[in-house]
Design a protein around this ligand. Structure first.
Ligand SMILES: Cc1cc2nc3c(=O)[nH]c(=O)nc-3n(C[C@H](O)[C@H](O)[C@H](O)COP(=O)(O)O)c2cc1C
Length: 243
């Protein structure tokens, strides 16, 4: 329909990259595009840390559950929600910093809108990207490696590089399963959407040699046991009020 919609619909996470590094000018262009994202009351509660050091990136491979792409991508970044500069601004104004859960949510939301704009900018320049939530496996170690100060909340990693693979696009839920009119649908309707999604995914899994897999099984596997239970303590230590 237009080049931007084409770019959006062409997205697939890329996990294998050529050896090409990501030029600083491309990083700067992508981050500038990221900064144009909407931001709650213009607070711009985010920061992006590029990690170049090979030894640090190897440490992060282990930390993320052996995700080799963290060391092998053309560039690796850590996306952070950032309230540090708000704390400094309050101090400059002689005011206390007394923001609560709302401020933490704003930081997560702002950082994610920023990050997704950054990703789209990279994709528009022919790069592939992959977010890395595995970074939250051990935030205490990450914190020490990157000297993260109070008020900064590392959220996830981001691999960027020239694609060395061409994966099948991963199907999404049917449009009607996420776009509702006036009110939220009942569970029977929701179940029908799940059936439609499973039917569409069957083909995708079969093409990838994983016939028999289901979306509900993978969701249940991921969400039926607590994961990363140290997160609340870590973010609270960083100054987030999660109460
Ligand atoms: C916040 C976030 C964290 C993610 N973490 C990982 C990760 O640790 N490792 C990985 O290989 N992919 C990760 N992904 C990529 C998702 O698995 C991927 O976006 C999803 O399966 C849909 O596939 P697609 O991006 O190819 O369309 C993450 C995505 C998001 C948004």
């Amino acid at each position: 329909m237009n080049p931007i919609l084409d770019l959006l619909s062409a997205h697939r996470s890329i996990r294998t990259y050529t050896d090409e590094s990501v030029a600083d000018e491309h990083v700067r262009a992508a981050v500038e595009a990221g900064q144009r994202a909407s931001t709650s009351s213009a607070v711009q509660a985010y920061a992006l840390i590029r990690v170049r050091d090979a030894a640090t990136r190897e440490r992060l491979v282990a930390l993320t559950g052996n995700q080799e792409k963290v060391a092998r991508s053309g560039a690796f970044f850590v996306v952070c929600g950032d309230t540090r500069r708000h704390r400094l601004a309050c101090a400059r104004e002689g005011a206390p910093y007394d923001a609560r859960l709302e401020a933490f949510l704003v930081a997560v939301i702002d950082a994610s809108l920023f990050a997704q704009n950054v990703c789209l900018a990279f994709e528009s320049m022919g790069y592939g990207i992959c977010y890395v939530g595995g970074l939250r496996n051990d935030l205490d170690v990450l914190d020490r490696l990157l000297e993260i100060p109070e008020g900064v909340y590392p959220l996830y990693g981001l691999c960027v590089g020239r694609p060395a693979e061409n994966p099948l696009p991963r199907p999404r839920l049917p449009l009607d399963a996420v776009l509702f009119e006036e009110r939220y649908p009942d569970d029977r309707t929701m179940q029908r959407h799940l059936d439609a999604h499973e039917a569409a995914l069957g083909d995708y899994y079969a093409k990838r040699g994983r016939a028999g897999r289901t979306w509900t099984a993978s969701v249940a596997k991921a969400l039926s046991v607590p994961r990363r239970e140290a997160l609340a303590a870590y973010y609270a230590k960083q100054g987030a009020d999660l109460g």
